[in-house]
Design a protein around this ligand. Structure first.
Ligand SMILES: Cc1cc2nc3c(=O)[nH]c(=O)nc-3n(C[C@H](O)[C@H](O)[C@H](O)COP(=O)(O)OP(=O)(O)OC[C@H]3O[C@@H](n4cnc5c(N)ncnc54)[C@H](O)[C@@H]3O)c2cc1C
Length: 423
């Protein structure tokens, strides 16, 4: 497209904002339409890890049998409350089919390659005066059992093929607690992935939005996209409660809500909302590292003056309802790794919907059917990590019309097509 053309981006989370940043940098006329406030959905209360080392897609060998044993147990890291939902049943059947070694390896390679740009791009954003808070203290894995640490390390060693540094052996209890005094004596082993980082995610989305506005992009908050006007194979305007916003290109980046939005164009983007929770503590001596608790799959990040505990994945439909029992269960499980200091009062109890596809890979690229509709969603547990790398590659695609090789495994056209509807 000629660079001066207008791109309407639907959704002002980390993914939409980062795409807008790179498109604007290339000279596109960017308009972001956000139905709430930018950065206020899944991109707000997450752990903010920047962790290319966690590139492995969620569907993996072993996940099928694990989930069959655990999904209806509310304290399980993956929880699916029993309910009648034929679309979810079909989605789960497809998810389970991707829990095999071949697809997992292919997905890991694709994600690891996309993530190669992640750390350089976070540094570039700071250099370009996108203001956000980032810590380079690494990601410390902690386990209650030595075998848990060994098992996880063996899985992570796959990443050395892609140039990532992974330690040879785990540290014992005393070495790991010397490294991170905030851990409890119940932690028996762990290891540090020293190259990983974390950000305060709210500062990242605010920083991107501020930079976009400084660069004359337009961000409309409280502007829900309710439909589209089409002409032939093109969308010519986004519609918001009767208002028409003309456009040359459209990017659907509405996170977990992208499927209902895409369906207005007859497109199939099979993302489920995979709900997670977080809450904030204010310890006197916060953990020095971002922490990952191996058995319970809970994450902890410390920011300026607070520590966030985040966890769980619940497939219960598109809703942000907070189940207090689930939050208490996360707190109790975290205390086993952190000790008594973590039983302090909880603040800012939050839930967010990760957009998750059944093959565990994001959906990034040009849609089927339309010449000027692109999609970027499905980043699951890595939407903050992958926002800049996705935004950069997608901007190249939208500006040149040619898909960069790194995006091919993520094409929206890999899914069964849904019936085309008129605008
Ligand atoms: C507990 C938890 C912990 C996490 N930890 C991490 C982590 O440490 N590191 C990491 O990389 N990722 C993490 N994630 C994942 C990450 O939060 C998500 O992948 C990421 O925020 C998704 O960004 P997004 O822009 O796609 O979606 P969102 O941030 O949800 O943004 C989508 C936006 O689209 C808007 N929208 C929807 N429909 C419409 C419409 N019709 N019109 C206009 N606007 C619309 C919504 O209001 C929303 O603002 C975590 C997630 C959770 C839940």
């Amino acid at each position: 497209m000629p660079v001066s053309e207008r791109v309407v981006i639907v959704g002002g989370g980390a993914i939409g904002l980062a795409a807008g940043y790179f498109l604007r940098r290339e000279g596109a006329d960017v308009v972001i339409l956000e139905r709430g406030q930018v950065g206020d959905a899944a991109s707000r209360g997450n752990a903010g890890w920047i962790t290319p080392a966690l590139s492995a897609p969620i569907p993996a060998p072993g996940v099928r049998s694990y989930s069959l044993r655990n999904i209806v147990r509310p304290s399980s890291p993956l929880f699916i409350p029993p309910r009648f939902d034929p679309a979810l049943t079909l989605w789960l059947w497809r998810f389970w089919r991707y829990c095999n070694r071949r697809d997992h390896q292919a997905g890991l390679a694709a994600m690891a390659e996309l993530n190669l740009r992640t750390m350089p791009l976070f540094d570039e954003l700071l250099k370009d005066e996108v203001k956000f808070s980032m810590w380079k203290s690494g990601l410390l894995f902690a386990f209650l059992t030595e075998s848990g640490a060994e098992h996880e390390l063996a899985a992570l060693r796959e990443l050395t093929k892609f140039g990532y540094d992974v330690p040879e052996v785990p540290l014992d209890s005393s070495a790991i607690r010397q490294l991170e005094p905030a851990l409890s004596p119940r932690v028996s082993a762990g290891f540090l992935l020293a190259a990983e980082r974390h950000v305060d995610p709210q500062t990242l989305t605010r920083g991107l939005a501020d930079r976009l506005r400084d660069n004359n992009a337009v961000i409309h908050e409280h502007r829900e996209v309710t439909g589209f006007e089409t002409r032939g194979n093109r969308v010519v305007a986004a519609l918001s409660h009767g208002e028409r916003i003309e456009t040359d290109q459209v990017l659907l980046a509405a996170g977990a809500w992208t499927n209902p939005l895409a369906r207005k164009l007859g497109l199939n983007v099979p993302v489920q909302g995979a709900k997670g929770y977080s809450f904030t503590l204010r310890p006197e001596t916060p953990p020095k590292h971002a922490l990952y608790f191996g058995e319970s799959k809970i994450g902890v990040s410390s920011y300026q003056d607070s520590t966030r505990v985040a966890g769980t994945m619940e497939l219960s439909g598109l809703n942000e309802r907070i189940h207090r029992r689930k939050v208490s269960s996360i707190a109790k499980q975290a205390q086993a790794y952190l000790g008594d200091w973590a039983s302090g009062p909880m603040e800012d109890v939050w839930s967010g919907m990760r957009p998750l596809t059944y093959d565990g890979l994001p959906v990034i690229g040009k849609s089927a059917h339309y010449d000027n509709v692109y999609v970027s969603t499905g980043h699951a547990m890595l939407g903050i990590t992958l926002a800049p790398a996705t935004g950069e590659a997608l901007a190249e695609f939208m500006i040149t019309g040619r898909s960069p090789g790194v995006l091919r495994p993520f094409s929206p056209q890999r899914f069964p097509k849904s019936r085309r509807q008129s605008g």
